[in-house]
Each structure stands twice: as C-alpha cells, then as structure tokens.
Design a protein around this ligand. Structure first.
Ligand SMILES: *Cc1c(COP(=O)(O)O)cnc(C)c1O
Length: 219
C-alpha cells in the first residue's frame, strides 16, 4: 500500500472531530510530500532539528507539531513556526516557550503531557504536578503560551485492558480540567498500535506514524 492509500484508509476510520497528526519522524521529504499532495498537511516530528530542516524545505502551509520531549535550548529554533507542542511537562519549559514565542509576537499553543503509563521512562506530569503548575503565579503571568489540552502515551503492552484503563484515566483528568479551563479542547492520545482504543476512550487527536509511512529505520 502507498502512503496515500494508508492515509485514505486511516482517515476513513477516524470520526469527525478527531485530528490526524501524521508522524513523519525519520522519513524523507518525498514521503511527506506524498501525503501532502494527497491532501494532508498536519505532521508530527520528535526532534527539533529534523523538524526545522523539513520546515525549511517543504511547503509553508504545513502545520508542524512537536510531539517529542523538548530540550529548553532547542525551543528557539522552532518558535517562529511550530503549530502545537505536545510534550510540555514543566513550568521551566513553558517559560522558555513563552519567552521565545514573545520574540516572534506569537502565542504558541501547547499541550501538557501527563504521565499515564506504568513505565517510568515516559515523560509527563502527575495529577499533583499538573495542579501545582496551573495554580502557580508564574504560570498565570505567561502571555505567549496557551494551554489547549493534554497529551499522554499509554504503556507499550499487548494488554488492551491496561491501555484502555490508562487512556480512560487521562480522559478523566481532561474532563476535570475542562471544568476549570473550558478553553481546552485537545486530548492527544493514540498511536499506530492503539489509536482505535484511544478514540473509543475520548481522544480528539491521534499521532500516527508507522501505519502511514511504514516502519522506521533508525540507521
Ligand atoms: C513516534 C511517535 C508516535 C507515532 O508512533 P507510531 O507507532 O509509528 O504510530 C506517536 N507519538 C509520539 C510521541 C511518538 O514519538
């Protein structure tokens, strides 16, 4: 199946209201262009340098999402064009995004990444860190970032019940937060292996790579 065929069949499955982020990390520009020419313009990358290089070479109406863990010293390279940063998990990082966004007269939309998986290798905030962050005066003073939702990654396991439970947990945090912050609308959860489950638990944004572009080669 071609990239275009994969895209078409995935998009057919997605309910309206669920946004597809095509995760193009490690993939060449020609693969991205194939998806773009098939009518898709939202792409996700997990390394700032790689995303910057692709942004420079590819059509400027592509929306670039940073889905990976972000080092603070890299924020300045993407501040002028990034559409959404998914993996924000500290006030320090948020302050740096705010500072760099201000230099470009922008407000950068961000998702706060929650730790929902069992593995302790995955980044993210827990419930109490989330409320501490949101209640801090330093956060409230930021003018050039906007929290538009939450992101999370489930445990990498074949155990569907566990994955479902983790997504349901994130959805419950999202629903609770939305009572205080009615402006949040994005719940980013679900990848190639678990997006159907994520959608059934309330995802509004899925990040799909290998099911569109094929397996990644990290050589
Ligand atoms: C790579 C990646 C994805 C996509 O993974 P696939 O399994 O290829 O769909 C989604 N989210 C994040 C944060 C990633 O790093």
């Amino acid at each position: 199946m071609s990239i275009q065929d994969n895209l078409t069949s995935i998009k057919k499955e997605l309910p309206s209201g669920v946004t597809l982020v095509a995760v193009s990390k490690t993939k060449p520009n020609e693969d991205i262009l194939e998806a773009y020419n098939a009518g898709h313009w939202v792409f996700g990358e997990n390394k700032v340098q790689e995303m910057v290089a692709k942004w420079e070479d590819l059509p400027k109406d592509i929306e670039w999402h940073m889905i990976g863990h972000v080092q603070r010293n890299k924020v300045k390279y993407m501040a002028k064009f990034v559409s959404l940063i998914h993996g924000v998990d500290s006030l320090k990082l948020l302050k740096e995004i705010d500072k760099q966004a201000a230099k470009h007269n922008r407000i950068i939309p961000c998702l706060l990444q929650m730790h929902i998986a069992e593995e302790d290798t995955k980044f993210g905030l827990d419930d109490s860190e989330l409320s501490t962050l949101l209640q801090s005066e330093e956060f409230k003073a930021l003018k050039n970032v906007k929290i538009v939702g939450l992101m999370g990654m489930a445990t990498f396991t074949q155990n569907e019940n566990q994955v479902r439970k983790e997504f349901a947990h994130l959805k419950s945090i999202f629903d609770k937060l939305q009572q205080e912050m009615p402006e949040i609308s994005i719940l980013s959860m679900g990848m190639s292996g678990d997006y159907a489950l994520a959608i059934s638990e309330g995802s509004t944004m899925v990040r799909i790579g290998s099911s569109i572009f094929g397996v990644r080669n990290y050589q």
